[in-house]
Every structure is written in structure tokens, then in C-alpha cells.
Design a protein around this ligand. Structure first.
Ligand SMILES: Nc1nc2c(ncn2[C@@H]2O[C@H](COP(=O)(O)OP(=O)(O)OP(=O)(O)O)[C@@H](O)[C@H]2O)c(=O)[nH]1
Ligand SMILES: [Mg+2]
Length: 252
């Protein structure tokens, strides 16, 4: 089974080569058929040049660097890459090395199961090793509850924001046309569509590397943006549902 990993990349001059070496090395060692698709979310620093130089020098065959001039947000970058992915398994992973590689190992093993359509790693899985501050734990739980309240979150999901998610090709290709979020609420958008389809999800453990950087997706501006997107999706779905009911009643 070919695995396509999309790597949304925003201002990652410092870490991007570490992430490339690590993913390329891991998937090669595992004898996987794979492709890595870096999506440079805005040509605002030299991440693109750094990547291209390294790929040329080392003659790497299975890496593609895509991108565009303006910064558009993580959701846009993820959607851009997944639309162009060709694997049987398609997913995304953050461009820095915060997520320990064995998180990917567990996720790949799970997504290869016949009956599983999506794998969503979780900080609060029993086998995860993430040390969460009380504030992060409360925020993370609040986000899950918010998604449950306003959107159609698959019942298994216990964590929204993990920067690694894997899907079977058929599932993700069928929902890509209806995804609309450009920023960090892309996870909510995807999970909502999976929930509507009642597709089978497995939750796997999530491991963090030591010395990780602080997350920019948990600043207050990003959080307000995320909340706005969740409410917008919820409203859209409710309007759509109401219209359908009206149409049904009128046609009777
Ligand atoms: N912050 C941010 N990340 C983006 C954007 N577009 C794509 N990304 C990628 O989405 C992922 C977001 O991960 P975060 O950990 O929340 O943010 P980060 O930019 O990695 O910053 P750190 O907190 O320092 O790790 C990373 O792979 C980014 O490269 C964007 O517009 N802003
Ligand atoms: Mg990060």
C-alpha cells in the first residue's frame, strides 16, 4: 500500500531537513512504498530552496515540493497537498519534529487494517506519553467538547489537534471537495465530514519528542479563529439540514 504524507510547511528553515531525513529514513527502513509532499505555505523564507537543494544533492526520488507565493494557512496547505496525493493511504504530518516517529509507526499499522478508514492519534490515549499542563489539558478537552456539541465528531475521537492524521484514499478523496477551512480548524472540518459518513476511526497513541517548541496553533488569535470556523461549519450544516427538511416536507 502506497503512503502519501503531506507536510504543510510554514517558515520551517530550521527544522524542515530534519523532518525530511527522519520521515524518508523511517519509511525507507520500513520498506514502504511512499511519497512525501511538502507544501510550502507561502514563499516567505528560504524553506523551499533549502529543501530543493537537499533533494537534488541526495537524488531523492520520492519527495515533491509544491507551494505558492502567499501564506494561506495550514488547512489550505493540507488540502492542496492531499488533492495531489496518489497513495492508497493519504495523510498529513507537521513539518517540525515535535511528533515522535513511533506515533507514525502506530498510525500506519492501524490504517492498514481493512476495516479502518481513518487514524486519529490522541494525547489522551492510555499509551501516549504526553505531559500536558493543566491549561493545555483543559483547552484540549474543551476543543473536543466544542466539536462534539457543534459538529458531527466521530464518537471514538478524543483529541482534535494532533498534527498527524492518516486516511484511506477513498474516504479522503470523497470528502476533499467539501472541505473549506484554511486555518487550524481543518481537523474539525475533516472529522465532521468523517462523522457524517460514519466511517470507522481508530485512535492511536501520540508521542512527543523532547525539547519541542511551543505551539503557535495554541495562541489566542489562532484559538479565536478556530472557534469562528467551527461555528461557521455548524451553521452551514444546520442551514443545509433545515433546507433539506423543508424540501422534504414541501414535496409531500
Ligand atoms: N502556524 C502556521 N503553521 C502553518 C501554516 N501553514 C502551514 N503550517 C504548518 O502547520 C503545522 C502547524 O503546526 P504548529 O505546531 O501548530 O505550528 P508551528 O508553525 O509548527 O509552530 P511551533 O509551534 O513552533 O511548532 C506546521 O507543520 C506548519 O509548518 C500557517 O499559516 N501558520
Ligand atoms: Mg509545530
Amino acid at each position: 500500500m502506497k503512503i502519501s504524507l503531506v507536510i504543510p510547511t510554514y517558515k520551517k528553515e530550521r527544522e524542515v531537513l530534519d523532518q525530511l531525513e527522519r520521515l524518508y529514513g523511517y519509511l525507507t527502513r520500513k520498506n514502504s512504498d511512499f511519497e512525501l509532499i511538502f507544501v510550502i505555505d507561502g514563499y516567505i523564507d528560504s524553506t523551499k530552496e533549502i529543501l530543493e537543494k537537499y533533494i537534488k544533492k541526495n537524488r531523492l526520488k520520492k519527495v515533491t515540493v509544491l507551494g505558492y507565493k502567499e501564506n494561506k494557512g495550514k488547512g489550505y496547505a493540507v488540502r492542496y497537498g492531499m488533492k495531489r496525493a496518489t497513495g492508497d493511504i493519504i495523510g498529513f504530518i507537521d513539518a517540525d519534529t515535535d511528533i515522535a516517529i513511533r506515533t507514525l509507526g502506530y498510525a500506519i499499522k492501524a490504517i492498514k487494517k481493512d476495516n479502518i478508514s481513518a487514524v486519529i492519534p490522541s494525547k489522551v490515549h492510555n499509551n501516549s506519553n504526553v505531559e500536558l499542563s493543566l491549561e493545555r489539558l483543559i483547552l484540549s478537552n474543551a476543543l473536543v467538547e466544542l466539536n462534539r456539541l457543534f459538529l458531527k465528531l466521530p464518537k471514538e475521537v478524543t483529541d482534535i489537534g494532533c498534527g498527524l492524521k492518516l486516511f484511506k484514499k477513498d474516504l479522503i478523496k470523497s470528502i476533499l471537495p467539501v472541505l473549506s477551512v484554511n486555518d487550524f480548524a481543518i481537523d474539525s472540518d475533516i472529522l465532521n465530514e468523517i462523522g457524517k459518513l460514519n466511517a470507522k476511526v481508530e485512535v492511536t497513541p501520540f508521542f512527543l519528542n523532547k525539547n519541542r517548541s511551543d505551539s503557535t496553533s495554541t495562541n489566542i488569535r489562532a484559538e479565536v479563529g478556530m472557534l469562528k470556523d467551527i461555528l461557521r461549519l455548524s451553521l452551514r450544516d444546520k442551514v443545509f439540514f433545515t433546507k433539506r427538511v423543508y424540501r422534504l416536507v414541501l414535496s409531500k
